[in-house]
Design a protein around this ligand. Structure first.
Ligand code: RAM
Length: 353
């Protein structure tokens, strides 16, 4: 049953919502990934041509999302879909709501979104789904009952454990550290920070003390100033973890021309192209990231597979993501791209994103 038809029938009271087994109705407050959805998936369904997919990053002026968008466009070309990128200039909690509503009004087939806030976007996403859009979150998830699939770059474990290891090595295993995050509501950032705290509680990190967490809002200037603030507030600070591409680049810029260069260590999640000069000048020894273009590519393939009926978002379903190969949907509708790469002086020249 087509979702718009399903909605019309529900509105007219002609059919109970539960009868629409294959659709992703959520007005009953249910998770999208139910057994009923599994029944509707047709793994052999061809990818439909001419799908309209909106790509909605946290913010448009962020190089990380520009690279992710390139991957989304490549997947669009490969699947013969029309991928349209749009989005706010800042990463504020509700800045994406109007763009979600517009995608629904424009009768897009799917929306690929990195959510600035899991809940602020949820009502608009639910309404869009009721109008027939398939919703794929990538990078930063929305409330699970507001989307069909979440394409995660890596597990919080893979990311956060690695970040703690890198900073501990950089400060010689003891001393005060701080986190410079993005926005306070970002699902991805908060999941990573929580896992970092759990990791830091382990005996091997007994001498590493997290003294502060600051938020640069994924804004270059704010991140720059917050770096300065952390250093002034904590004279014994030995290291900073900034798990955001905007934050780590701004922190590196501040450190590289300050008295703290070489004295305060910095690691985080950065793009090799933004971080190269700070690795070369000795401000940063190592940092990590995944390839954002692969993330955008995989998320767009997931959107096309959903909109074509190949998958519904239920655990165990499989779909082919072009040159990345086959992926399986895990618990809670989550697909994981793969572990991040660590960049150092030794390998950074091999990467161009
Ligand atoms: C920033 C954003 C994004 C995050 C990357 C690492 O660009 O906060 O959500 O995944 O950094």
């Amino acid at each position: 049953m087509n979702a718009r038809l399903a909605l019309a029938l529900v509105v007219s009271g002609a059919v109970a919502l539960t009868a629409c087994g294959g659709t992703t109705k959520d007005s009953a407050g249910q998770q999208a990934n139910t057994a009923a959805n599994t029944a509707a998936a047709d793994p052999n369904a061809p990818i439909k041509e001419g799908l309209k997919i909106t790509f909605l990053p946290k913010q448009v002026n962020n190089p990380y999302f520009t690279v992710a968008q390139k991957g989304a466009e490549q997947a669009g070309t490969a699947t013969k879909a029309e991928v349209k990128a749009t989005g706010p200039s800042d990463a504020a909690a509700s800045s994406q709501v109007t763009y979600i509503n517009t995608a629904a009004q424009q009768r897009q087939n799917a929306l690929v979104i990195s959510a600035n806030d899991a809940n602020a976007v949820a009502p608009a996403l639910k309404s869009a789904r009721q109008q027939g859009l398939k919703v794929v979150t990538f990078d930063s998830d929305a409330a699970p009952d507001a989307r069909d699939v979440f394409v995660n770059q890596a597990t919080p474990q893979d990311i956060a454990v690695g970040q703690v290891k890198l900073i501990a090595e950089a400060i010689g295993g003891s001393g005060e550290i701080a986190i410079l995050s993005a926005t306070p509501n970002a699902t991805n950032q908060n999941a990573w920070i929580e896992t970092m705290k759990t990791e830091l509680a382990k005996p091997e990190y007994a001498k590493v003390e997290l003294v502060d967490t600051a938020y640069g809002n994924d804004d270059d200037q704010t991140s720059f100033q917050k770096t300065q603030g952390l250093l002034q507030a904590h004279p014994n600070l030995k290291g900073i973890i900034s798990p955001t591409t905007v934050g780590v680049a701004a922190a590196a810029r501040y450190l590289s021309s300050s008295e703290y260069k070489g004295k305060v260590a910095l690691t985080g999640l950065g793009t090799p192209n933004q971080m190269r000069k700070f690795v070369q000048d000795g401000t940063v020894g190592s940092f990590a990231l995944w390839d954002p273009s692969k993330l955008g590519y995989l998320a767009t393939y997931a959107a096309a597979a959903l909109a074509s009926g190949q998958i519904t978002g239920a655990q165990g379903e499989k779909f082919k993501a072009g040159e990345l190969g086959e992926y399986t949907i895990g618990a809670k509708g989550e697909v994981v791209l793969g572990p991040p790469t660590v960049f150092t002086r030794d390998n950074i020249e091999k990467f161009d994103f």
